[in-house]
Design a protein around this ligand. Structure first.
Ligand code: SF4
Length: 364
């Protein structure tokens, strides 16, 4: 999931645990997930199943997956995937990590096996250090989102960001991480830029798709290349430390829930209510449009998608919902994003000229 590997590999490196990174996400990952996964399953179940198969093919003998319960299906991914992989004939052990209070003894037992003789104190230190890396990753991604639209050469910020990931991956002490922090921000800052007229777009949606560029069809990069200053509602640290008050993102869950209240009053699983709340917040901040990304059959985001046309109409902010699965074509999404940014820019110019912008037709 996006830059999560930078963080998780740090924990295993610090603990001296041997691990295998599956190959980068690709069309083959999707094909494997679709081949073995149930047709009706949400898209991330299939893609992570594809990741597991590629990791097993590369020699992994142990799989780790978070699980749990809740109003959406994520809690059942691990058990479903375990059964599918066993039926397909793969030989492996699977650790399903549940973070429910009553499952803590089971969680500790599994962590004891996974840490391979190292102390719980060294595990806690490794997690703390990895979290420091996650915060840095988020801050750098936020900076990249805010500057990509000014790139003199398209792709320059993305290349610099990839180099930043490499530097963070190599840092193995707090001192080296502080050095990387300075150098990484300098590197992003040094990307040649040119002044342009920006258009401001927010990204909301289901966390996995918001955070995973290959499967969201590089929506952030595409918007940046189209000249959009971008902010997004979800960061890696929202997921790693779900306190609901992430300073990197800039808006607490309570703030977002309050903003959503005229349209949706309760939690519907996943990020459903946050997608609505952040759309309202982006409108309040004067953004020119919101792109909503969601996996096909995602329950919380289907609810959000049914509410967003009202938000869009009543608050006068264009919203583009992109539903993604294995059938989604890159060219089609690129065309829709291009048209959407054009519309948002046109409305922005009309607003700046003091004209009353055309009402938005609800969801696009
Ligand atoms: S949030 Fe949506 S896509 Fe993710 S597990 Fe839940 S239902 Fe599936």
């Amino acid at each position: 999931m996006g830059s999560l590997e930078v963080v998780l590999s740090s924990i295993f490196d610090q603990m001296g645990v041997d691990y295998i990174l599956p190959p980068p996400n690709s069309q083959r990952t999707i094909e494997l997930g679709v081949k073995y996964g149930p047709e009706f399953a949400c898209f991330p179940l299939k893609t992570t199943l594809g990741n597991f198969i590629e990791a097993l093919e590369a020699g992994a003998d142990t799989l780790i997956m978070v699980s749990g319960r809740g109003p959406c299906r994520f809690g059942y991914y691990a058990e479903t995937q375990r059964r599918i992989l066993e039926e397909a004939g793969y030989d492996f052990r699977m650790y399903m990590l549940e973070f429910e209070p009553e499952r803590i003894p089971d969680l500790l037992r599994k962590l004891r096996e996974l840490k391979q003789g190292r102390s719980f104190l060294s595990l806690a230190r490794a997690i703390k250090f990895a979290f420091a890396k996650a915060v840095l990753v988020d801050r750098l991604e936020k900076k990249a989102l805010a500057q990509r639209w000014m790139d003199r050469e398209k792709g320059a910020t993305t290349r610099a960001l990839k180099e930043c990931y490499r530097m963070i991956r190599e840092a193995d002490t707090y001192a080296s991480l502080r050095k990387v922090e300075r150098e990484a921000f300098q590197l992003l800052e040094s990307v040649p830029k040119e002044a342009r007229e920006p258009v401001r777009i927010g990204i909301v949606g289901e966390f996995y798709l918001v955070l995973e560029p290959y499967f969201n069809l590089q929506v952030e990069e595409q918007l940046g290349n189209l000249g959009a200053y971008v902010e997004r509602s979800v960061y890696l640290t929202d997921w790693l430390r779900p306190t609901g008050n992430n300073p990197v993102g800039g808006h607490s869950d309570a703030e977002s829930d309050e903003a959503a209240r005229p349209f949706l009053t309760h939690f519907v699983g996943g990020e459903g209510i946050r997608s609505v709340g952040h759309t309202v917040l982006y409108q309040r901040m004067g953004f020119d449009g919101v792109v909503h990304v969601m996996p096909f059959t995602c329950m919380p985001e289907t609810i959000a998608k049914s509410i967003l046309p009202r938000v869009s109409k009543e608050l006068g902010i264009p919203v583009l919902s992109i539903v993604i699965d294995e059938m989604t074509g890159r060219a089609g999404v690129a065309t829709r994003l291009e048209a959407f940014v054009d519309l948002a820019r046109h409305r922005r110019k009309a607003k700046m000229r003091g004209e009353r912008p055309q009402p938005v037709p609800g969801l696009l």
